[in-house]
Ligand binder design. Structure first.
Ligand code: SIN
Length: 289
């Protein structure tokens, strides 16, 4: 028997997205730990209270939900996101995504002239803000003709659950600095958040550091802090708790920014991938678990 045979295997980590049936929508899980495609719904029309309630439940359960074949307008996208809270604005001066004529909608467009795309490392959106966004909703109307341009999502619940009890104890009580200037340059917020947070809706514990924004762990000596942060970032982005969304034209991905990381894959240059993103304001600063 190996020295680690008593530890839980990844397959035994509690998996929140157990099978569930809804009255107004269908769900097809994308992986054991994160993601589901939602069917049986038309997002070009206002939704009933029951549809909204079931979408809220699916969003909490699956952490990222996907929709197909929805030819939505700005108005439709804003209405759909608005069922989850007031829409917010990007905290950084991002030059990769662009403004549109609607302050709440940003354009995510890449083509043969693109030098860079947004979000190539696993991250949570704008964790540098005092109150980071609750979630983001990306709609892509145009996708590369031969595939590519997938987005990966990672469950920070599953990442937390798989830590050893000793590591969980060690991390609780620590805080980390999230520095927006690393990504968006001067003038972007810098905030301190707990390393382990508790999700305000599900009550589940989450690892809350990410590659892009987290500069250091505040309470640890420099070298120890650097190594622990790197260990966590590597751990958070293990394939075991990810799913990969293959875009088709007129698809939507809507992720819970409080318990997921995501990463955009730029394997389609010089082809075009184009769409629009809105974000929903967070309700409170991340709370320590
Ligand atoms: C992002 O929001 O970071 C980009 C996601 C994507 O383009 O797939």
């Amino acid at each position: 028997m190996s020295g680690t045979a008593h530890l839980p295997s990844i397959a035994k980590i509690a998996s929140y997205p157990e099978a569930v049936s809804y009255d107004t929508i269908t769900t097809t899980p994308a992986s054991p730990h994160i993601g589901a495609e939602i069917g049986g719904i038309d997002l070009t029309k206002p939704l009933s209270n029951k549809q909204v309630q079931e979408l809220h439940d699916a969003f909490a359960r699956y952490q990222v939900i996907f929709f197909r074949d929805q030819k939505i307008s700005f108005e439709d996208q804003i209405r759909l996101a608005g069922y989850f809270g007031p829409l917010g604005k990007h905290v950084g001066a991002s030059t990769i995504s662009k403004k549109t004529d609607n302050d709440l909608v940003r354009k995510f467009h890449y083509d043969e002239t693109s030098k860079q795309i947004s979000g190539e490392n696993f991250h949570s959106d704008q964790s540098c803000a005092a109150v980071p966004p609750l979630g983001s909703m990306l709609y892509n109307h145009t996708v590369p003709p031969d595939g590519g341009g997938d987005t990966m999502f990672a469950s920070m619940y599953a990442a937390y659950d798989s830590l050893s009890p000793r590591m969980k104890t060690y991390l609780k009580g620590l805080t980390a600095t999230h520095d927006g200037t690393r990504v968006f340059g001067p003038g972007t917020p810098v905030s301190v958040h707990p390393v382990i947070t508790r999700h305000p809706v599900t009550g589940r514990e989450v690892i809350y550091v990410n590659h892009d924004f987290t500069s250091h762990i505040n309470e640890l000596p420099r070298l120890e802090g650097e190594r622990v942060l790197q260990l966590l970032i590597d751990h958070c982005n293990k394939p075991e708790w990810t799913c990969r969304f293959r875009w088709r034209a007129h698809s939507i991905a809507f992720w819970d920014n409080r318990c997921t990381h995501h990463k955009a894959i730029w394997d389609y240059w010089p082809n075009v991938r184009s769409g629009f993103r809105v974000q929903i304001e967070g309700t409170a600063p991340p709370v320590a678990a």
